[in-house]
Design a protein around this ligand. Structure first.
Ligand SMILES: [Zn+2]
Ligand SMILES: [Zn+2]
Length: 330
């Protein structure tokens, strides 16, 4: 079976924390916070101190974000009108009230927090002013305009935006065939690589003998490159299926025959060829794979490889074998 493996073709294993060399099935990541490996790990949620895992908690996570946003919008919609009115009153008082000048605008320290604090603070002082003045004459049920509703509404709007933002970015990533952890690691990887490049340039500019290599292991740890084991029978099938008329036959070297297969990488070495994305099935199927609960635990451990990627990986293996043949011949 075609499956993801370590660089040398062996099973992927985890040696961190208590994992002690335990098998790491495809799309498994070690969660540093929980100190254990998780199949389908997306991210560790700091708010609930729990892991979001594709096919297990991902549906609840997305539903939570959607419901939280809807609930906030529905619950706070009735506040909008009153909040807007209060805000306008306070704005007017802040600008036009005669006491505001001495109590706020004229004081120099009110500038120290920048314009946000100066104008925000003015609203707070205006609300206080209004409360003091309204107090003696205020009747039952009557209230002075306050900042409560506008502030509550702003916080709610912020939370709603965060929930909707998380919902859309998570959906965007997962429907592209990535989990959050993949995207974060890719970003970290390119950051390390470009940092290395900068360091390298600097070192060359200074005519230093050695380019700093400190972060090269970090770079390879974070590399998005994956390795796959292509077994022997797929090699001959691939050669026959995709075989051109000139090269129908594939001479598999003895070393590969003895090993029973060959390791291929999802990224071509130094080539411009696009990286193979084994777990990208296209928008709808990706979404379905993320949301559906696996029928059996065994299925969760075998994240399906898309047919296109399977074909590309086998083709890459066949090409590698042909390359070996050519080298041997010459
Ligand atoms: Zn965790
Ligand atoms: Zn682990």
């Amino acid at each position: 079976m075609l499956h993801q493996c370590a660089l040398d073709g062996s099973l992927m294993r985890c040696w961190r924390d208590g994992c002690k060399g335990r098998w790491k099935p495809a799309r498994t990541r070690h969660c540093g916070d929980c100190r254990t490996c998780r199949i389908g790990f997306d991210h560790h949620c700091p708010w609930f101190d729990a892991d979001v895992i594709a096919q297990h908690t991902m549906p609840s996570f997305l539903l939570f974000l959607l419901l939280a946003a809807l609930l906030l919008i529905l619950a706070l919609a009735p506040l909008v009108h009153g909040a807007y009115a209060d805000f306008n009153v306070l704005l007017h008082v802040a600008w036009a009230h005669p006491h505001m000048h001495t109590r706020w605008w004229q004081r120099r320290w009110t500038w120290y927090g920048g314009p946000t604090l100066r104008y925000g603070g003015a609203l707070v002082v205006a609300a206080r002013l209004l409360r003091e003045e309204a107090y003696p004459s205020r009747g039952r049920g009557e209230r002075a305009a306050s900042l409560h509703a506008p502030v509550t509404l702003s916080i709610a709007a912020l939370l709603t935006a965060v929930a909707l933002g998380l919902l859309t970015t998570t959906l965007h990533m997962t429907t592209r065939g990535d989990l959050s952890v993949d995207v974060m690691r890719q970003r970290a990887h390119s950051a390390v690589v470009s940092q290395q490049r900068r360091k390298g340039e600097k070192a060359r500019a200074l005519a230093a003998a050695a380019v700093p290599q400190t972060s090269s292991s970090t770079a390879s740890n974070l590399s998005p490159t994956m390795y796959f084991w292509v077994p022997l029978h797929l090699l001959s099938d691939g050669a026959a299926g995709a075989g051109t008329r000139q090269q129908p036959h594939l001479d598999v070297p003895r070393t590969i025959r003895e090993a029973g297969g060959i390791v291929v990488s999802t990224t071509a070495d130094g080539g411009d060829e696009e990286a193979v994305r084994p777990y990208d099935w296209g928008f709808w199927r990706n979404l379905q794979l993320i949301l559906e609960k696996p029928a059996r635990q065994k299925d969760a451990m075998q994240w399906p490889i898309s047919p296109a990627a399977r074909q590309a990986l086998v083709a890459r293996a066949v090409a590698a074998v042909r390359e070996m043949d050519k080298e041997k011949g010459s």
